[in-house]
Ligand binder design. Structure first.
Ligand SMILES: Nc1ncnc2c1ncn2[C@@H]1O[C@H](COP(=O)(O)OP(=O)(O)OP(=O)(O)O)[C@@H](O)[C@H]1O
Length: 224
């Protein structure tokens, strides 16, 4: 089954001065694939992930997510798709500072009607898997940037999303923490068939993926 399909997608920013961030891109991602998107700075990687995550619409072309043409959906319908399927890991962590790490991780589960006890158990389990069990009750301001990044990753994973979209998830981490994060993604992929798409600059990280999409100047250079 195709999780994401792009057909002749272009994204142009600006009105007077136009920036062609993506130029006529087509590809698809199948369920259970682990894909990396690689390319130099400014090549359009973040724009591509944003479109795949239905957070913005393309200027031209069609995008299908789990078979639905998301270019024709309204904001409510798009947020439903995001909530049902997608876990995002962005470079900015967007953690709530007055809440301890564990409550930040629990937050997405509140809307799902889980009991407080179930939420706590799940959140602690994911934090522990990411090596943060001891820090669960610390506030984000008491954590390093890399630890905050892992809390944000825990918040995405706790929802057990069918699709993970991650923008440079290991960029701010030391080698060991980066390995833990990648291992967690790989385990979700292997054990639960979670589809994973990660943007990376790092060839070692990219090589873990079965499929690599190289982009340059808003175009696909090659898929291997
Ligand atoms: N909101 C925006 N308005 C105008 N131009 C933008 C906007 N977002 C991105 N761009 C431009 O679109 C192009 C692609 O940017 P994008 O952030 O997608 O690249 P990237 O490959 O993710 O870069 P990096 O690796 O540096 O994060 C760049 O030329 C960038 O300046």
């Amino acid at each position: 089954m195709e999780v994401i399909k792009l057909e002749n997608v272009s994204k142009i920013y600006g009105t007077k001065v136009k920036v062609v961030a993506l130029d006529n891109i087509s590809f698809s991602i199948e369920e259970g694939e682990f894909t990396s998107i690689i390319g130099p700075s400014g090549s359009g990687k973040t724009t591509l992930l944003t479109l795949m995550g239905t957070l913005a619409k393309p200027t031209y072309g069609k995008i299908y997510v789990y078979g639905k043409d998301v270019t024709t959906l309204n904001d409510d319908e798009l947020s439903k798709i995001r909530n049902s399927y997608i876990g995002f890991v962005f470079q900015s962590y967007n953690l709530i500072e007055r809440l301890p790490a564990i409550e930040n991780v629990e937050l997405p589960l509140v809307a799902r009607g889980l009991s407080k006890r179930e939420r706590r158990e799940k959140a602690l389990d994911v934090l522990t898997r990411l090596g943060l069990g001891e820090l669960a009750y610390k506030k984000p301001t008491e954590l390093s940037g890399g630890q905050q990044q892992r809390v944000a990753i825990a918040r995405a994973l706790v929802q057990e999303p069918k699709l993970i979209l991650a923008d440079e998830p290991t960029a701010n981490l030391d080698t060991k923490s980066g390995e833990v994060v990648l291992e967690t993604f790989m385990r979700a992929n292997k054990d639960f068939g979670t589809t994973v798409v990660i943007i990376t600059h790092d060839p070692d990280v990219a090589s873990l993926a079965r499929k690599k999409i190289h982009i340059r100047d808003g175009k696909i250079e090659k898929i291997e």
